[in-house]
Write a protein that binds this ligand. Structure first.
Ligand code: 13P
Ligand code: ZN
Length: 274
């Protein structure tokens, strides 16, 4: 038996939250992170879990996640405090057999609740668990500065964001070959934005929330953080380019992308290459 805070997945979760804070993507309580815990990892820490708590409504239904345990950041909690005070900032929650309620089994001390974006996180997990055969386990939401800035000046279209972000760094199409989806401005924290985001997650690993931030999905902490980092770095370059000149003198062309796809053995949808 292992203490929760000694478990490898917990160390990975805390490290990722801290890395996100150090990037400047988590002002105040901005952003949230969840991880779908593996069965064998639950076994390792089971003795420290308290299953006597009350059930609370998730606010949506996620039948595909019945009986699953998640680590989640707390609502109103600051990413800046995760490293120094994890038991206050994070919790482990269990989803009930109907996929409609959760209970807190560890952490989130002093009456805290999991993130207000729990409906979006869990609906994204449900979609990704199904289409990746259980491989994706991490959903991450951050307030990435340059991505947010771009949502004020670019048309809110998947094809525009995908193509512009791909063009800003040669390896982008290799890191997110499926592209990125865009959700228009919506009220955060509820079921509607969760439904809109999880629909995009069927096609993409990244969804951009206009004037708000990024949601992304991945197999593990490194890949998911690396994905957000790559998208935001590319957005930063685009902000610099647009600030210098409204036109690009040269860029990566559609044929360049086709050549890249061949050598790097990725499939790039033609809809983004015209
Ligand atoms: P929480 O503090 O509830 O996680 O909300 C932060 C946030 O970024 C909402 O979109
Ligand atoms: Zn947010």
């Amino acid at each position: 038996m292992m203490k929760v805070l000694e478990a490898g997945f917990m160390k990975g979760f805390i490290h990722m939250a801290d890395q996100g804070f150090l990037q400047g993507w988590h002002e105040r309580n901005g952003g949230n992170l969840t991880y779908r815990i593996k069965e064998e990892e639950v076994e390792e820490i089971k003795e420290e879990l308290d299953l006597t708590g009350e059930w609370h409504p998730i606010g949506t239904t996620v039948k595909g996640l019945a009986g699953e345990y998640f680590v989640a950041t707390g609502s109103g909690k600051y990413f800046s405090n995760v490293l120094s005070n994890p038991k206050d900032s994070l919790g482990i929650v269990l989803v009930d057999e109907n996929g409609e309620n959760y209970k807190i089994c560890w952490g989130l001390e002093n009456g805290a609740r999991p993130t207000s974006e729990l409906p979006s996180h869990l609906m994204n997990h449900e979609v990704k668990k199904e289409i990746t055969g259980g491989e994706h386990r991490v959903i991450y939401h951050c307030h990435a500065t340059n991505v947010i800035a771009l949502t004020f000046v670019l048309p809110l279209k998947d094809e525009v964001f995908t193509r512009q972000l791909w063009e800003m760094a040669t390896e982008c199409p290799v890191v997110f070959p499926d592209g990125v989806g865009v959700v228009p401005w919506m009220v955060p924290g509820g079921r509607d934005i969760a439904v809109a985001t999880s629909k995009l997650m069927k096609k993409y690993d990244v969804a951009i929330w206009a004037h708000h931030g990024i949601f992304c999905s991945g197999k593990d902490f490194d890949l998911t953080f690396g994905l957000a980092h790559t998208v935001e770095k590319s957005a930063e370059i685009l902000v610099k380019v647009l600030s210098m000149s409204p036109v690009k003198l040269q860029t990566i062309t559609s044929d360049n992308f086709r050549d890249l796809a061949k050598d790097f053995k990725v499939t790039l949808p033609e809809e983004f290459l015209n």
